[in-house]
Design a protein around this ligand. Structure first.
Ligand code: CP
Length: 332
């Protein structure tokens, strides 16, 4: 039987999503027992992480297994491209690392969310895809610049817990300012799942901060098939009217992906793009969501992050539950 990876929320069926969220709900607050006794998850972090690392570790331990974590400091520089002459900086090919690790661990998680080149290059997720191609064990995407599917599972579970049915509920995915260039992973992944659930999604961002064109087109089709919709607005105030969920997150400018200074210059005039009480007051008493970490009083104010409609810590907590469900599906 071929192994199953979890790399993207694109192409998930409604049945698969419901199954996973239902399992997460059943095991939430309970201990399903040592169902993954003796199993090992190897996680490779090429960028920092707090929530992803801790929630996976805690989840594996609660299921009777354990994790081994390596950061980029522990790893050789890797070559993801095939049939290259490795006379540069890379000491090891991903193929050799993946096939070796597959002899030690039962699943692999990869976080590789750094900008390395142009958007056309980075959107290919070469490191993650190379691990997935060569590893003989399941590979889980722990965030790339293109997707953060585990975060999106937790986000959809959080919305479902609050709104019950998500069909035709109004979600605004709101671009927020941030001093650093950020990935598009959480935005792409949650958009694709919200579309699958038939939500009415408004993607709100300043001119020039378009998301990936294929993700947008795919999401529009999926939403339409599920009885929902996806539209884009460049008007921050208009995009919030009637919103039942306000999902705040910064993402990078794909046009200037390989030019951080240019992006920073563009963002200097966009400081008004943050979520505050005034903006929240124009919504339909929206829940406030953010995948964290968040730049307080830059992306969103203390008042909304700490307000009674904020669900930011529920999202973080749900990471552990959806990931336990995912691990049970992939490894049991
Ligand atoms: N949301 C999220 O993935 O958090 P970390 O970067 O801390 O893992």
């Amino acid at each position: 039987m071929s192994k199953r990876d979890f790399l993207t929320t694109a192409g998930m069926t409604r049945h698969e999503l419901d199954d996973l969220l239902d399992l997460a709900t059943r095991i939430k607050g309970k201990r399903p027992g040592q169902v993954l006794g003796g199993k090992t998850l190897g996680m490779l972090f090429f960028q920092p992480s707090l929530r992803t690392r801790v929630s996976f570790e805690v989840g594996m331990v609660q299921l009777g297994g354990h994790c081994i974590n390596l950061s980029s400091d522990d790893l050789y520089e890797l070559e993801p491209n095939e049939q290259t002459i490795m006379d540069g900086r890379a000491e090891e090919h991903v193929k050799d690392a993946a096939l070796t690790l597959s002899r030690y661990v039962d699943a692999l998680g990869i976080r590789a969310a750094a900008r390395t080149s142009t958007w056309e290059h980075d959107r290919q997720e070469l490191l993650l895809r190379s691990y997935a191609r060569h590893a003989s064990v399941p590979v889980i995407n722990l965030e790339t610049v293109f997707e953060h599917p585990c975060q999106a599972l937790a986000d959809v579970l959080t919305m479902r817990e609050n709104l019950v049915s998500l069909k035709s509920r109004k979600l605004t995915l709101m671009w927020c300012n941030h001093p650093e260039p950020k990935s598009l992973g959480p935005t792409h992944s949650v958009l694709q799942l919200a579309a699958l659930m038939g939500m009415d999604v408004t993607l709100a961002h300043p001119l020039g901060f378009d998301i990936d064109h294929e993700v947008l087109a795919r999401s529009k089709t999926a939403a339409s098939d599920a009885g929902g919709s996806v539209r884009v607005s460049n008007d921050r105030e208009e995009a919030c009217k009637g919103a039942e969920v306000m999902y705040a997150r910064s993402w990078g400018c794909t046009k200037y992906w390989d030019d951080n200074e240019r992006e920073a210059m563009v963002k200097r005039s966009l400081q008004g793009w943050r979520v505050d009480e005034q903006l929240m007051a124009t919504t339909n008493n929206a829940l406030l969501m953010h995948p964290l970490p968040v730049r307080r009083n830059v992306a969103a104010t203390d008042a909304v992050l700490d307000g009674e409609r904020s669900r930011i810590y529920d999202q973080a907590a749900n990471r552990a539950h959806v990931q336990k469900a995912l691990l049970m599906q992939l490894l049991k």
